[in-house]
Design a protein. Structure first.
Lengths: 452, 488
């Protein structure tokens, strides 16, 4: 039998970066004079070696078979962009529809305290930049980063590991509940050359703590940039971490994000990803349910049109027995957009009494849109209940007919059905204040889409 | 249900692998190893036309440039392709002859396997069952084909592929390699170079094949690889149901079986292809067994044509097999029904590909995987809706059942949709036998192992009922036997 799903011959060749593409990268902080403390320099150098040995993944790498990064190698990038001049007033309207009480702003991956709103947080809670946390020698940060940077997680993680310069750090001590949602506003702006930046973010939630993070990624330019983010999450026993991400990057941006979460006993990680922007985007979640009672919910909704390519990849590893995962991803595609959903659920040997469910649905609104889905189950224990489902297709003809027969014009009926379709995922957003703005985004997207 | 009672009885009475014996018969083999001379030897032995030899050599040269695929979830030690006999034939069986001339030792072999090589008989003594024409392939050659005369009177060609190359070279040349080209994949390319025999079926336009056609493959000789090639062509408006069975002796070494099956259906034609795969699976510790690396693919070339694959995979140490359909014709239909059982140390990586190219094409995939012992069972499949597959429709259901906490069940579907009007649906579940189901059976006095066989048969029912009747009975028994020793 031939390779399953032979590679599209018309696609550009391997995305291995040429020497030119890497020039700027080699001048990055991996070799910079500020590579201190020692372990950090070593970690960067080690990661740089890993990346150089591998290059950007091409479509022969199974995890990347549907997402082609050749576009990136065609860009001449500015690997160490100078701080961009951004006025606080120019920052976009907030996702909550009102002023956030707590907001940390990053521009091109660098934390900008002057643009941020940082009220007093409950005692012991730390919200700061990675640069500051490293400079002050915060032991928790160093330990976690050391451990996570050494983990092999593919070429783009290695690229991020080779940087380890800035990003946001959120540490919530044991037993602390942070009531106000913490908004992270990440702004990408162009320059003479498209900037490339690799923020490294850490969220550490102590035992029994509760925290909600809203990440809002926006582009303040028409042009492109390359954001390669890695977020490490460590949730202690009984901690609850809610993570809501709205990705509305510039339509020319390349946004590659990896979030790696490790959950202790009884911990809960709730993730929602709303993808709207980017020329090429990938949101990858890896969740390791390390102790009994750990539970994760990964949901997402995406809208893509034009020539956008958006990829959602998840990997849930049920390491311990009595762990639970639930996933729901829904997307709408228009124009020549392409979407990818890859979802892997692994149940380790002896991880009994595990439940893992996953559902992925895609709506194709145009003749030229495309969706590729690969849900995978790897089960090594028997007392488990696991399932996945995937669908792709047009709107339900009968539902459309029902509305039309009641006098709803076709365009409006389609809009209603698309909104209803996505709302199933949006309704799962734990932060109630987020739902309405997200629904408005859907309505606006539908209204603005070119007539087909 | 009588068959279920029979299954239970069968489980109790029978040994683990009843076809593990060996026939002592004088064999002629080519020297061990693989090179161009071996390819030439095989071609010369079969007195093939020059174009066939050229094709084989092209395949062989291409094969030298290829590497073994590693993406399947199977582990096995590297195969030494130089340590295999690529050709082994019973001395007295140079080409199929009339039944009276077949070596009685071979006839006894097939009798013992329950395969009637006498035309009056029917399979397994099932009364009232339709007659079945059998092509018997023993190691590298076809030794007999039954009911040939009667089939000929309907215009149906059913013979070994070697014979077809002699008598119908144009037909073979027209279709061979058009569904699975010689460059297709490592094992298919190897097969293209060294295939020794297999069945050839041609159903002329408008003919509903009057009986089931069947090929029975037997590996007997030691250290041989079996490389059979089957080609079935259903011309416009015709229908054929084809069955395939296979067994091998129990040996401590692994043996390679790398087959290629190509199906072609033209306008309005239908092929129903059923397999009960019962190669020797190796012992409980994973020693021995057949490596079953098979490429099966059907092309629905014509409008309104249909290909239906049904497989019951119980044997082989390793199964690597993805019977696929290329739905080219408008309104064509592809179906895949599979039960894959892996017990002890067996590894199965199997599934299907449905490539929708034509308009209004439909496909349906029902896969039931059962893992027991330390076995690994993977469903791997692809559903692709091409940009022109207007109103294409697919439904896929993959269920896995786990028996025991040391086995693995994996599901790896690829779903690609490039057509808005196409609808693709996929569902997969993994669970174990419910304690309540087991309790219900046990409470009624059914022993644990019998209860498992019963429940598993129920789990597989959707697939088993797609098999021709006499095969379904056989398959139900096999399901019970394959799982023996998996409980407790």
């Amino acid at each position: 039998m031939a390779r399953l799903a032979p590679i599209d011959e018309t696609a550009a060749g391997p995305a291995a970066p040429g020497a030119d593409w890497l020039t700027g990268w080699r001048n990055g902080p991996a070799d910079g004079p500020d590579a201190s403390p020692d372990w950090l320099g070593a970690a960067r150098a080690d990661a740089a070696g890993r990346f150089a040995g591998r290059g950007l993944p091409d479509r022969r790498v199974e995890d990347w078979r549907y997402t082609n990064l050749a576009h990136l190698t065609g860009l001449e990038l500015d690997w160490a962009p100078a701080p961009a001049d951004v006025a606080k007033e120019s920052l976009p309207a907030l996702v909550f529809g009102r002023e956030a009480e707590c907001r940390l702003v990053l521009v091109n991956g660098q934390v900008r305290p002057a643009l941020s709103t940082l009220p007093a947080l409950p005692e012991g809670t730390l919200l700061t930049s990675l640069a500051d946390a490293l400079a002050s020698g915060h032991p928790g940060v160093a330990d976690l980063l050391k451990q996570r940077a050494a983990m092999d997680g593919g070429a783009l993680k290695a690229l991020n590991d080779s940087w380890l310069e800035d990003g946001y750090v959120l540490i919530v001590p044991d037993g602390v509940t942070v009531d106000m949602p913490i908004e992270i506003l990440s702004v990408g702006t162009g320059g003479a050359l498209p900037p490339a930046y690799q923020p490294r973010n850490l969220i550490v939630a102590g035992a029994g703590s509760r925290v909600t993070v809203v990440e809002h990624h926006v582009g303040l330019c028409i042009g492109g940039y390359f954001a390669n983010l890695v977020t490490d999450v460590a949730a202690g026993p009984e901690a609850i971490v809610r993570h809501c991400k709205v990705q509305d990057e510039s339509r020319e941006a390349v946004h590659i994000a990896l979030l790696d979460a490790a959950l202790d006993s009884g911990a809960m990680f709730d993730s929602f990803c709303f993808t709207l922007g980017g020329r090429i985007s990938r949101n990858e979640l890896r969740v390791s349910l390390d102790a009994p009672g750990a539970h994760c919910r990964l949901n997402g909704a995406y809208l893509a049109g034009g020539r956008q390519h958006c990829d959602h990849t998840t990997s849930v590893d049920h390491v311990a027995p009595e762990t639970h995962s639930d996933q729901l991803y829904k997307g709408v595609l228009d124009g020549r957009a392409r979407a990818v959903f890859q979802g892997k659920v692994t149940v380790r040997p002896d991880a009994q009494k595990v439940e893992g469910h996953q559902m992925s649905r895609a709506l194709l609104l145009s003749e030229t849109a495309e969706v590729n889905t690969k849900p995978e189950l790897f089960i090594h224990a028997d007392d488990v209940q696991c399932s996945h489902g995937a669908t792709a297709g047009d709107l339900d003809g009968e539902a459309l007919f029902y509305l039309r027969s009641r006098g709803v014009p076709e365009g409006q009926a389609r809009q209603l059905l698309v909104e209803a379709f996505l709302n199933e995922a949006i309704d799962a957003v734990a932060l109630a204040g987020m739902r309405l703005p997200l629904e408005r985004n859907v309505a606006r997207w539908m209204a603005e889409r070119p007539a087909s | 249900m009588a068959a279920t009672a029979q299954t239970v009885a069968q489980v109790r009475d029978l040994g683990k692998y009843k076809h593990g014996w060996e026939t002592e018969i004088e064999m002629e083999t080519a020297p061990k190893g693989l090179n161009e001379d071996i390819v030439r030897f095989i071609s010369a032995r079969k007195d093939e036309p020059d174009w066939m030899l050229d094709w084989r050599l092209k395949a062989y040269r291409h094969w030298l440039t290829m590497t073994e695929p590693t993406w399947a979830m199977v582990d096995y030690p590297a195969i030494d392709f130089e340590d295999i006999y690529y050709y082994a034939a019973p001395k007295n069986a140079e080409g199929p002859k009339s039944l009276d001339e077949v070596d009685p030792e071979l006839l006894r072999t097939y009798e013992k396997l329950g395969i009637p090589l006498k035309e009056q008989e029917v399979l397994a003594g099932v009364q009232g069952a339709p007659r079945v024409a059998v092509d018997a392939v023993f190691d590298s050659v076809s030794v007999a084909t039954t009911f040939k005369k009667e089939l000929e009177s309907h215009g149906v060609i059913f013979c070994s592929i070697s014979e077809a190359l002699q008598n119908h070279p144009d037909l073979v040349r027209k279709y061979l390699g058009t569904v699975v080209p010689y460059t297709d994949n490592f094992y298919a390319t190897l097969n293209s170079a060294v295939f020794s025999d297999g069945s050839f079926v041609y159903i002329p336009p408008g003919v509903h094949c009057p009986m089931e056609l069947s090929t029975y493959f037997r590996i007997n000789a030691k250290d041989t690889g079996q490389f059979e090639r089957t080609l079935i062509i259903a011309d416009e408006g015709s229908y054929v149901s084809y069955l395939e069975g296979c067994t091998a002796p129990m040996r401590d070494e692994n043996q390679l079986h790398a087959a290629v099956v190509e199906l072609v259906t033209l306008k309005d034609a239908e092929i129903k292809y059923s397999t009960v795969q019962n190669w020797y699976p190796g012992d409980e510790t994973g020693k021995g067994g057949i490596y079953n690396f098979v490429t099966k693919r059907g092309a629905c070339r014509g409008d309104d044509s249909k290909i239906r694959w049904t497989q019951v995979e119980t044997g082989s140490a390793i199964t690597w097999k993805y019977p696929s359909c290329i739905l080219q014709g408008d309104n064509s239909v592809g179906e895949f029904y599979s039960v894959a059982i892996a017990n002890n140390a067996q590894q199965a990586d199997t599934g299907t590909k449905m490539i929708h190219l034509g308009r209004n094409t439909r496909s349906r995939i029902i896969s039931k995987g059962i893992s027991a012992g330390r076995a690994r069972n993977t469903y791997r499949g692809l559903v692709r809706m091409g940009p022109k597959a207007l109103n294409g429709r697919n439904f896929t259901q993959c269920d896995s059942l786990l028996i025991g906490d040391r086995c693995g069940a994996h599901t790896v579907p690829y779903i690609e949709s490039r057509n808005r009007s196409a609808t693709v649906e996929h569902e997969a579940t993994t669970s174990r036998i419910g304690e309540d189901q087991l309790f219900y059976c046990r409470q009624r006095g059914i022993g644990e192992e019998d209860a498992v066989a019963l429940i598993v048969n129920g789990f597989c029912k959707e697939v088993l009922q797609e098999l021709p009747m006499e095969f379904a009975v056989e398959a139900q028994k096999l399901v019970g036997i394959s799982l023996e020793g998996s409980v407790g």
